[in-house]
Each structure stands twice: as structure tokens, then as C-alpha cells.
Design a protein around this ligand. Sequence first.
Ligand SMILES: NC(=O)c1ccc[n+]([C@@H]2O[C@H](COP(=O)([O-])OP(=O)(O)OC[C@H]3O[C@@H](n4cnc5c(N)ncnc54)[C@H](OP(=O)(O)O)[C@@H]3O)[C@@H](O)[C@H]2O)c1
Length: 253
Amino acid sequence: MKLGILGATGWVGQALGLRLIAQGWAESDLVLSNRRASRAAYGAGVVWGDAAAVSAAEVILITVRPEDFPVPGFDPGDRLVISFMTMWTLEKLRRLYPAARIVRAMPNGAAPVGRSYTPWVGEVGAEDAALVGRVLASIGGQDRVADEDQLDYLAALSGSGSAYPALMAQAMLRDALAWGLPDRVARAAVEAVICGSAPFLEGKMGEVGAILDVYRGYKGVTAAGLDAAEPGLSRAISDALAAATAKAKALGQ
Ligand SMILES: NC(=O)c1ccc[n+]([C@@H]2O[C@H](COP(=O)([O-])OP(=O)(O)OC[C@H]3O[C@@H](n4cnc5c(N)ncnc54)[C@H](OP(=O)(O)O)[C@@H]3O)[C@@H](O)[C@H]2O)c1
């Protein structure tokens, strides 16, 4: 099956292209398009073409930036299209391409290492849905969600990638340096918290309450810190996700 990628050398497009190849999609069945960036990451077996050539593939991934769309010459007809763009809602895309079977997917920054979580939405049949699932599974976990409101919320949540852990790291680093720790020690300590503890939480999102209860149960150093952090931290996260969701919705207007 021919798969086209409009924007094949970008962050998202290249993650998809290279990971699909690594997982067995034949290079000769990939029809790729970009503008001027190096194509060296791909092998010689892939097919490069313009937007019209990508449009002729059986399944088409749109991974250009929203402001670069629509691309002249691109017309998918009635084919299956997976759009990764923000701003371009299903309604806007359907207005341009009324016959196409269109879904929207929202990956995150972990796509190149196969650790994205990619929710998607669209009114397609079971066969198309299975194909969408197969394509998205190349970059990590995927789920079909009920509507674009959920996709907007998830753009704010999983779409943020490492942004909130980075914000927490920055806050901890600032505090540690202001307190007087040497730079090297502050960085090592914060990295242990943000990166070193992440594998411990992996697969345990259903148990975070119980894990926090264990920390609180010691009634010690960390429990005192947790008590001071709440409810401010929860409120800050809720405010952040509300603002980000509103932005995602506004961008689609
Ligand atoms: N990055 C993320 O974490 C993330 C998360 C969620 C959603 N998204 C969405 O994913 C999409 C891509 O984002 P990105 O970060 O991957 O962007 P990016 O790195 O800037 O890549 C954009 C790609 O589009 C290509 N392109 C631009 N105009 C083109 C045209 N007329 N014809 C063919 N190719 C063209 C670029 O080629 P040249 O480099 O040759 O110009 C490049 O390969 C965006 O719509 C964004 O909203 C991204």
C-alpha cells in the first residue's frame, strides 16, 4: 500500500516515515514530499515527489505546519488522510476536500523515539480505523477519541510532551541555586527527580494516589513538602491545561 507524507523531513513527518520503514513498511511504497531540507535521513528506496504525487497515495499523512497549508497541487480526492496539523479542524479540512476520509491525530515530541501518545478523531469505518491505528502505532501508543473537544484537551495534555516536566525542573533548579547549592550538584539532584524517577512511575498511572499516600505515610521530609505543595500545584496544573485547551480551541476557530 502506498503511503504519502506531505512534510516528510519535519519533526513529526520524519519520525513517522523512518519508524514506518523500521517496522517493515516497504521504502518503495513511501511517497514523500518536502521543500528544501536535507533528505539524507531516508534511504535511496523511497520515492520523492510533489504534493500531487503524495495525493495519489492510498493513505496520506499531512505533517506540514498549519500556516503552510493548503499546499498547491495537493488534492486527496476520496482517499484516507491523517492530518497532524493543529488549527485545521475536521470541518475546515472537509470543506476543502469533501470526498476525503479524514482523521486528525495529535502526536507529541516523543514520536521519534516511539514514545508518543497519539489520540485521534474522525468519522471513518473499521478498515480505515485499523489502518490509522497501525500507522500511529509506529510512533507509540494511540487511541481513537470521541470528538475534537477531547482532541483539543489532549493537545494541551499529552501534546505538551516534556514541557511541564521541564517547567518543574526549572523551578527546582532555580530554587536549589537560590538556596546556594553548587550548579553541578543542583543539576544532578533535579535530573534524579525528573528523569531518574520516571521509570518507577511507568505503567502506574492508576496508582499515583497510593504512591503519594505511601510518601505521606512516612510523615517525614517529603510528606512535609507534599503538604506545602498542595493545593497550589494541582490548581496551577488545572489552570495551565484550561488555558492551553482554550488556546487549542481558539486556534481552530
Ligand atoms: N512537533 C510536535 O511535537 C507536534 C505535536 C503535535 C502536532 N504537531 C503538528 O505537526 C505538524 C508538523 O510539525 P513539525 O514540528 O513536524 O514541523 P516541521 O518540523 O517544521 O516540519 C514541517 C515539514 O513540512 C515540510 N513542508 C513545508 N511546506 C511544504 C510544502 N509546501 N510541501 C511539502 N512539504 C512542505 C517541511 O519541509 P522543509 O523543511 O523542506 O521546508 C518539513 O518537512 C504541524 O502541523 C504541527 O501543528 C507537531
